[in-house]
Structures are given as structure tokens and as C-alpha cells.
Design a protein around this ligand. Structure first.
Ligand code: SAH
Length: 372
């Protein structure tokens, strides 16, 4: 079973089910899945030689068949507020970003799912860079491994760790769902990274077929990037709304919310832009729109980037918007901006996308309904 380097699978992206299948094909016992996964995901090993409790024959097989290759770290930036950003190189050569945000009681890793993004939301700098490529499951998981290993090095007392993962980095996770779902599964699996399903969040701009697929296959936490309380405004800010308008989006999201059970809710993200979507009227409309929808609301004051056409509202305007919704009984948090000095805040992730034409072709296919 010898494979050429291009055909070799990257075992960092293998879920428990995939290991069991492979071991069966190799005529090996299923319990080896536990051993191998612990080496890979608990001990963060990147080679098979160190897996000392496996037979030499099995190690040899795995080495011939696949690899354990992480993305390469091109650069690490550390903000004055402790936020850390890694610029990573995908196996295809493009650069993407991962951000670690330390807080009092937790540490959140903001993971990318694509290099660039095809959706072109008018206020997001990643969108302005265009779409380049999907990240593989191994590249998504690789971001978590690199962060865990690096934080353990920098903080030997384990003061800082990754307790939460949000797929809110570059890209639209649900347009790369085939790689994102196994990555989320590995993050939540005890033989993987053992993070609670409440603390692994997939965020979407509203890819309805993707949410339908989530309903069938997972109970990972979900965030919806809403940003507008009516279709007219949302069409301008989040163009995918033209394909999947608010009614459709909230209907499928409600179905997903029912899957999560009574104790968990969906997060609604709402980026506030001065004079665009932050008026009293918008808060009233939003409150009305979400009246039957079990959710908590997260307000994100707009993060500026070079060339952006929007401004951040005053803190008083943000608080006013929040209070109106709280008055109607919603649970509303305001996201504090972190890592601005290293361009690590929401919507400031850029990476490096060389090929814009591919993004245009990809977006046309989405518009034409050829891609979900
Ligand atoms: N594509 C996914 C995940 C990426 S972005 C999604 O749309 O949900 C994570 C969040 O940051 C989204 O809610 C996104 O709309 C928001 N965001 C993007 N640009 C921003 C900016 N400049 N300022 C504040 N929030 C922004």
C-alpha cells in the first residue's frame, strides 16, 4: 500500500469513524484507533515513529499511507492586550490567519475555514480580498494544535489555554462544510480535543442548505451573522441574503435550535455600523423579527480597516441599541474589540489571497445555484 506524496492522506483530519474503517481495511484491531488518536490529538505528535505502543508493522503502514502535516507558521504577532495572531501557510501555499483571544475566565481561538471568502459582505475585509481556497480538515485542526502547543510553551503554568473555538476567522464555514464538520467533530471528541459542544461554534452568514445539513449531522453551537433586521438592508450588507432571505434563514435556524434542546440557543451576531443599521428603528425591527426565535444577541461594534466605507458608532449608540433589546427581554452582549493593533479583530483578517479570478468564478457558481 504505497502512495505517492500527493495521494497521501493527512491523518490530522481523521475522525474516529475514519480510523475504525481504515484499521478494518488493514486487518487491524479497532482498539488501535484509541491509541493512535491519543498520540495525535492529546500528545500532538506529528510522526508515527513515536507511537511506541503500536506494532512496527502498523506504524509502517500508516507512514506509507499518510502523513501528519500541520500548516506552517509564517508569522506570529502578539497584541499589547495579549491577543495572539498566527499567519499560517496552507498546503496550497496561500496564507490565512488564526487568532487567540485570552479573557479572564476563558481563551477563545478564532479559526479560519477558507483562505479568503466568496461572500463579499460589504463591511468585511476578508470578503474584499476575494476567495482563494477551502482549508482541509487537517488545516482547520492544525490551527488548534499549533495554538495549543504554542500556548503551552509560552505559559508553562497553563495560565492560558484554548477553552473555546469559534469558526469566525476567514471564510464561510458552511461553504466548506465537508471539511468543517469532521474538524468540529474532532474538536468535540474526547479522543480528539475534548472541547464541549457548547464551546465549539460554527458561524455563518446564512448559507441555508448548510444549516439544513447541520440539522442532520451535528449539534455543534451555531452563530448567525444577521447584521440587519430587514431584507432590503440585509441584501446590501450580506449579499447572500438575496439567495436566502431572512424568512428562510430564520426558519431553518429555528429547526436547528430545536435540535440543540431547551438549554442551548443560537447566537445572533449583529455588527453595528454608524448610520447604517444602528438606529432606534432597527433595534425595534430586530426585536420584532426575533420575537419567536430562541437566541442570545451579540453586538459587534464595527471594526474599521483601510478603505472601509463604514464607521463604528459611538459607545453611547451601542449601549442604547443594547438597552432597547434588553428592555424587550433579550440577552445581549457587546463584543469588546481585541487585538486591533495587530489587525486581529473581527473582519480585519486578511491573510493573503493571490487569485481573485477564482473567487469571481466561485461566486458566480453560488449565484447560479451550482454550489450550495
Ligand atoms: N463567514 C462567517 C464567519 C466569519 S466572520 C460569518 O459570516 O458568520 C465573524 C463575524 O465578524 C461575522 O459576524 C462577521 O459578519 C463579522 N464581521 C466581519 N467584518 C466585520 C467588521 N469589519 N467589523 C465587525 N464585525 C465584522
Amino acid at each position: 500500500m504505497t502512495s505517492s506524496p500527493e495521494q497521501r492522506v493527512n491523518f490530522l483530519g481523521y475522525t474516529q469513524g475514519m480510523w475504525l474503517e481504515l484499521l478494518e481495511d488493514l486487518g487491524e484491531k479497532p482498539f488501535h484507533a484509541t491509541q493512535v488518536m491519543k498520540w495525535i490529538h492529546h500528545r500532538l505528535l506529528c510522526d508515527f515513529e513515536g507511537m511506541t505502543d503500536l506494532s512496527k508493522k502498523l506504524r509502517q503502514h500508516l507512514m506509507e499511507y499518510g502523513c501528519l502535516t500541520e500548516p506552517e507558521v509564517a508569522r506570529e504577532l502578539v497584541s499589547t492586550d495579549g491577543t495572539r495572531k498566527w499567519l499560517m501557510r496552507s498546503l496550497s501555499g496561500s496564507l490565512f490567519e488564526t487568532v487567540y483571544i485570552p479573557e479572564e475566565d476563558r481563551g477563545t481561538l478564532c479559526v479560519s475555514s477558507q483562505v479568503g471568502c466568496a461572500l463579499d459582505c460589504s463591511f468585511c475585509s476578508t470578503g474584499k480580498q476575494g476567495f482563494n481556497s477551502n482549508l482541509t480538515t487537517a488545516e482547520i485542526i492544525g490551527q488548534l494544535r499549533i495554538a495549543r502547543r504554542r500556548l503551552a510553551e509560552v505559559y508553562p503554568d497553563r495560565r492560558r489555554a484554548v477553552t473555546n473555538v469559534v469558526m469566525m476567522g476567514m471564510g464561510e464555514p458552511l461553504l466548506n462544510i465537508d471539511n468543517v464538520l469532521p474538524a468540529a467533530e474532532l474538536m468535540m471528541d474526547d479522543l480528539g480535543y475534548g472541547i464541549s459542544k457548547r464551546k465549539v461554534t460554527v458561524s455563518t452568514a446564512g448559507v441555508v442548505p448548510g444549516i439544513e445539513k447541520l440539522c442532520e449531522s451535528t449539534d455543534v453551537s451555531l452563530a448567525i451573522s444577521l447584521h440587519a433586521p430587514n431584507n432590503e438592508l440585509r441584501d446590501q450588507l450580506v449579499p447572500i441574503n438575496k439567495k436566502y432571505p431572512l424568512e428562510q434563514l430564520l426558519s431553518v435556524a429555528s429547526r436547528y435550535a430545536r435540535n440543540l434542546g431547551e438549554k442551548r440557543t443560537i447566537t445572533i451576531e449583529y455588527t453595528l455600523m454608524d448610520g447604517i443599521n444602528d438606529a432606534r428603528e432597527h433595534a425595534i425591527q430586530l426585536s420584532h423579527l426575533l420575537r419567536d426565535f430562541p437566541c442570545k444577541i451579540n453586538l459587534i461594534p464595527f471594526n474599521p480597516f483601510p478603505g472601509a466605507a463604514y464607521k463604528r458608532p459611538s459607545m453611547a449608540a451601542v449601549r442604547g441599541f443594547q438597552e432597547r433589546l434588553v428592555g424587550d427581554g433579550y440577552s445581549v452582549t457587546v463584543r469588546t474589540t481585541r487585538g486591533e493593533d495587530i489587525q486581529a479583530a473581527c473582519g480585519q483578517l486578511v491573510g493573503e489571497v493571490a487569485d481573485r479570478t477564482r473567487r469571481q468564478a466561485h461566486y458566480k457558481k453560488i449565484q447560479a445555484g451550482e454550489i450550495a
